[in-house]
Each structure stands twice: as structure tokens, then as C-alpha cells.
Design a protein around this ligand. Sequence first.
Ligand code: CP
Length: 331
Amino acid sequence: MNATAFKDLDDEAALQLDANGNLRHLLTLKGLQKSLLTDILDDAEAYLTQMGSLPARSQSLRGRTIANLFFEPSTRTRASFDLAGKRLGADVLNLDVNTSSRKKGESILDTIYTLEAMQVDVMVVRDASIGVPAYIVSNVLDHVSILNAGEAEVSHPTQGLLDVLTIRQHKKKFEDLIVTIVGDIRHSRVATSAAHALATLGVGELRTVSPAALAPDPNALPGVVVMDDLDKGVEGADVVMALRIQRERIDDLDGIPGVDEYFANYGISRQRLKKAARDVIVMHPGPMNRGIEIESEVADGPMSVITRQVTNGVAIRMAVLDRVTQSMVAR
Ligand code: CP
């Protein structure tokens, strides 16, 4: 399967809503209405409890079956969809792709049809090829929902939602904020989904900082201020998000600095953050490469909201699962 095999599908934003404007699938944050986006954030807030107390539970998905289909590695997204489904009372199937019949040449659609025949209601899909979630949407039965859990470099919608929820919890008014994303923007679905959500929420200024080889394509993120100097990029920033270099999506490493040079120029350190806003928060979607894109003192320090992002990830996935299964009832 090549990386562009599924590109030419219909408008994904339209595909993910039903005739009444309810969320049937979650493929992208691009074009998702502000009211729907903020409703999901509000729903997720209701699923957050104090750390140390029991996590929130409900039986809203009782009788439903969710299948996690991760054709790329994951810790956070897969574990949080698993927990989210179980905490809502669903049966959750985690397909081990490495021991599945895909290794014997079964096509992705035959895997999907097989799970559909077992009465799976929601399929959570991560894949390295662009367009796979939308391709599956156009081939499943009407009652099945597809959730995009990471699609090549183009979309990671639940990550974008948990990122803006984390920002909202700490900063409240998006229009006053300067948000700086540092690192491998070009290959990052996290940056793309965050940029779409932040644009919808009316962020004051979104900057990216990276070496030229990792800068976004000129038309990929409209309205974004593209920079290559980290000192200038963090100046006055209210939110700084560090990203790892996504080597699995880079064919040619020419132009990408070595580890020491990278950290010296693009690593997030306490020293570097002195030019940011006094109450800056530091984010990272994980997995982190400490000492390359972020130093441990920052990752584990008072400015860091990285573990909060992880906690919010479960709540966001609960909110999204609730929403797509509610629209199943209405269908
Ligand atoms: N942020 C994120 O997608 O992490 P995982 O790859 O561990 O799911």
C-alpha cells in the first residue's frame, strides 16, 4: 500500500457527519464546526476526576463493541481508547496486527469486513497511509463508526482535541494566546490537527519553529507564522509544544541536524524558555526523546503539562466514543 493510494476521496469533513450534523465518524479536525468541537471538550471535562480518586465510569456504551486497529505503533492513543471504551462499558477488542491475518496478505478491507461480521460498532484506526480512515468509511455498513487514531502525517484528531482541551484548562481565552510548535512540523499529524483546532478556536498567533528540512509545506497550515529561530519563536509564547523528529516518515535525513546540533538549536530548555511568557506551559504529545527535543528538567518541571495531556486523552476519547455511538442510536 503506498502512501498516496487513498488520497482521492471525498471531502473528509463532510464524510464524518450525518444528515443532522451529528458526528458519525471522526476523521479530521479540519472543517469541524466550533460548536461541535467545544461540545466535545465540555463533554470530556465531565469525565475528568481528581488524580488518586476512581476514574469516571458510565454504561453509555454497554453492549457496544470497539475494535482497536493500530497498523503503526502506539502507547498513549491505543491504551487510552482501550480504557475509554472499557470505562464506558463497551467490549473492547485490541487486534494484534503483528499476529493477525494481515501478515498473511489479507487486505485491510477484508480485515474490516471480518470485524464488521462480528458486530463491531466502532473501529479505531491508525495507519501510515494517507486516506485509509476515509477509505474505510466509504466501505463500511451505515451503523459502523470509524475513528482516526493517527493517519500518516495528515491527521490525528483526538490528539488535537486533547491538546486544545489542555490549553483551555490552563489559559482559557484562545484569542489572546501565542502558541509555538517546535520541531518536525512537516511530518507531524499532531501539528496539523492542533493547527486546525487552534484556528477554529481563534488562537491569537500560531508559530512553528524548525530547521528548513522539517518546516511545513507552504500551503499546509494557512495563517501559521513559520520560523527557524527558536529564541525568536518562544518570545512571549504562552504555550510551547515540542515535537519529536518522525524518522519513520523521513526517507532522506539530509538537512536534518545531528542530535547535539538539534538540541542546541531546537531543544526546549529552561534557559530557552526565559523569553516565553512568565506562565508558559510546555506540551509534548509523546513519545518524548529527552535530551533531543526537550530536556528532562523541563519535561518533568512545573511548566510541563505533558502528563495532563495524557489524562485528558482518555477523557477526550470517552467523549468522542459517546458522541459517535449516540448518533448510531439516531440513525
Ligand atoms: N501522541 C501519540 O499519538 O502517542 P502514541 O504514538 O503513543 O499513541
